[in-house]
Write a protein that binds this ligand. Structure first.
Ligand code: GTP
Ligand code: MG
Length: 680
């Protein structure tokens, strides 16, 4: 292989479906680099990554793991991203700043769908990526089948770089298809070079031919050689592979078993030789790495209990030093991370991934510069995923309510796919996110990091009510107690309005039957009543007119008229045929086409009304179904949708309208409301 000069600091993101072995791979990469003395395992809860109590308890990654290492004199940062679909935000953010992504998958062909959205993101953004087929010690599908299933969800051609050597079921090593050398795995050490076994020679040759043909599609020189039956020099193939990875035109596929330490060094070598330097990723973000003031991008925010806010950033250009001014704030603390270890730095340069301390105003996705200005042409940071699952949250101790909203705001800063909403109709604080696990992790963090115990429950649906009939009503409020009495007398007309009209108040009094100054009090009394109608919910879509009344020169007051109005409403409304209104959402459900029939069953099973479906724009083979769905039915819909669609189905939603609800469902809602009111 040709010698090349040392590369600057580079960054690789480890991504891929849930539990495919990314954190285990990180552990072994770090060990192969010499950054750690021993290799931990997920089961023994002693890995460098996943060190938080929330991750250890679940034996899964719950947030990004950052680890730095040197390999053969070059500097690396690995960003090990959580695989759970609910925690995908960290991964998408990490990919934007990485030079290369390693997509770790399990050798189970039926599960490759789960990698589809990720591969699509990498393809669309032209982020160089390779695939590591892990757990070959426990393979359930042949490598070919895995490759085919992956190719079905990848826009770029995949090229197998290794073929496995097998002893019966067991994978014992591999043949490198470029160098045509065979290696036997030796756990914890470099693999042994062996001769290609005779039985494997033919398979190896045809796999190599396929690799060359894929590359020849991209290179005329190679194509000519293949047509002339000339064998191209190895160095030339490596160079072409490197170029095609860097321009993201080909996706190399490597094999191994991270936990057995198999294939890890080969992967590391490929990263070392083929990963582009920081300027490529900078250019992708619209930044010229060669010219201008220092600039870095914040891709993750964490709030540490003792040391405060930390903004993880990739430096694209120039040098950052502890104490310097950036974005109008003082950088206090500059560090490089490996798991929970932080090494303080005085300064840091291009390519490095560092933690910026205490930049209170800086958010994930912000570019950071000494002047605070960002270059023209900077790519916008993509919006986080829309929330699909919400839970009402409250502090166990009422005195903690204030602290809870401040702390939840920090959690939302750490994970952009979390959002908090204060619902004025139901008086609940609702934490919105991607699913139950994500919200449960948030609740655990509140407890372990912030000493806040919280209770969560499904959010209340903001039902409302309206009326179906008009009526008129007279009411008088009169009291004689000691000195001043109270006197207010009103005649009102109540009538329904079309859906979406809200509330209208009208003053139709003639001849001063009710003096001017008391009319606002009548309206106030009506509005107060409307907060809770005969069924127990806020009342909308009606008009109330004050038509007549009487007053008393001494005893009439604002209070007396307000009370009379409330009285008239509570007597009159009962005669107006109150009816429940249910909030209806407009939803667009997206899933691969083979699941469309199931998706439709799910929607109709949840009292939904399908409006139509069509191919999802930009997503080959996917459909998007639009429907109306009662808000109540949306609460756990994502759970069922994911289980129907191998985890990839998703939806967008927005409130659309209120709709009358009668019958059994309505009775249940009203009874529940009455029981809750009685319990208060
Ligand atoms: N048989 C086998 N098991 C493995 C291998 N690598 C990882 N595992 C196991 O797979 C499980 C998941 O490993 P992790 O490293 O936590 O996977 P991950 O991709 O980081 O998981 P998330 O971050 O939660 O998506 C653990 O039980 C590992 O012990 C492997 O090469 N072979
Ligand atoms: Mg992990």
């Amino acid at each position: 292989m040709t010698e090349r000069r040392q590369a600057g600091p580079r960054c690789a993101a480890l991504v891929g479906p849930y539990l495919s072995g990314k954190t285990t791979l990180l552990e072994h990469l770090l060990h192969a680099c010499g950054a750690t003395q021993r290799r931990g395992t997920i089961k023994d809860k002693n890995t460098v990554g996943d060190f938080s109590p929330e991750a250890r308890a679940r034996q899964m990654s719950v947030e990004l793991n950052v680890a730095s290492a040197e390999y053969l004199g070059e500097s690396w940062t690995f960003l090990d991203c959580p695989g759970s679909i609910e925690l995908a935000q960290d991964g998408y953010n990490a990919l934007l700043v990485a030079d290369v992504a390693v997509v770790v998958v399990e050798p189970i062909a039926e599960r490759m769908r789960a990698a589809g959205p990720l591969l699509k993101f990498l393809d669309e953004r032209e982020i160089p990526h390779m695939i590591f087929v892990n757990k070959l010690d426990d393979a359930t599908s042949p490598v070919r089948a895995v490759l085919e299933a992956l190719q079905a969800v990848s826009a770029r051609p995949l090229v197998l770089r290794q073929v496995p050597l097998q002893d019966g079921e067991e994978v014992t090593g591999y043949v490198d298809l470029v160098s045509e050398r065979a290696y036997r795995y030796k756990p914890g050490e470099k693999s042994d070079l062996i001769a290609i076994p005779d039985t494997e020679k033919e398979g190896e040759r045809s796999a190599r031919q396929q690799l060359l043909e894929s590359l020849a599609d991209l290179d005329d020189g190679l194509l000519e050689k293949l047509l002339e039956d000339t064998v191209p020099p190895t160095g030339e193939i490596y160079a072409l592979l490197t170029r095609s990875l860097q321009s993201d035109r080909v996706v190399p596929v490597f094999l191994g078993a991270a936990e057995k330490d198999s294939g890890v060094r080969r992967l590391l070598k490929a990263l070392r030789h083929e990963t582009p330097e920081v300027r490529s990723a900078a250019a992708r973000m619209g930044i010229d790495a060669a010219r201008g003031e220092p600039i870095a991008h914040v891709f993750k925010t964490v709030h540490m209990p003792h040391t405060g806010k930390l903004s993880l950033a990739r430096i694209w250009r120039g040098e950052f030093a502890d104490g310097m001014q950036v974005n109008g704030e003082r950088l206090s603390g500059l560090s490089r991370m490996t798991g929970q270890q932080q090494a303080r730095l005085a300064k840091a340069g291009p390519g490095m991934v560092v933690g910026f301390g205490r930049l209170e105003k800086v958010k994930t996705g912000d570019a950071v510069t000494p002047s605070g200005k960002v270059p023209a042409g900077l790519s916008p940071w993509p919006d986080p995923a829309l929330a699909v699952y919400g839970m009402a949250m409250r502090a166990e101790n009422r005195n903690d309510e204030m602290k809870l909203s401040q702390t939840v705001a920090k959690l939302c800063e750490e994970d952009g796919s979390l959002r908090v909403e204060y619902n004025a109709d139901t008086h609940e604080m609702v934490l919105w996110g991607q699913g139950e696990i994500q919200l449960q992790i948030a609740a655990d963090r509140l407890r372990t990091r912030h000493h806040l115990a919280v209770k969560m429950q499904p959010p209340q649906v903001p039902y409302m009510e309206t009326i179906k009939r008009a009526t008129t009503q007279h009411a008088r409020h009169k009291k004689q107690s000691g000195g001043h009495g109270q006197f207010g007398d009103v005649h009102i007309a109540i009538k329904p309005l079309p859906r979406g009209s809200g509330f209208a108040f009208e003053d139709r009094v003639v001849g001063g039957a009710v003096p001017r100054q008391f009319i606002p009090s009548v309206e106030e009394g009506v509005r107060e009543y409307l907060k809770r109608g005969p069924l127990g919910f806020a009342v909308v879509d009606l008009a109330v007119a004050l038509t007549d009344g009487q007053y008393h020169a001494v005893d009439s007051s604002d209070m007396a008229f307000k009370t009379a109005a409330r009285l008239a409403m509570s007597e009159g409304m009962a005669k107006c045929e109150p009816v429940l209104l249910e909030p209806i959402l407009k939803i667009a459900v997206a899933a691969p086409g083979e699941f469309t029939a199931n998706v439709h069953r799910l929607i109709t099973g949840r009292r939904g009304q399908i409006l139509g479906f069509e191919p999802r724009e930009g997503w080959a083979g996917w459909d998007e179904t639009k429907c109306y769905l009662p808000q109540k039915e949306m609460s756990d819909m994502i759970v069922e949708l994911r289980s129907l669609t191998t985890g990839v189905g998703t939806f967008h939603w927005a409130f659309d309208h209120l709709q009358e609800l009668t019958g059994r469902h309505a009775d249940e809602v009203v009874q529940r409301r009455q029981r809750a009111a009685a319990a208060q």
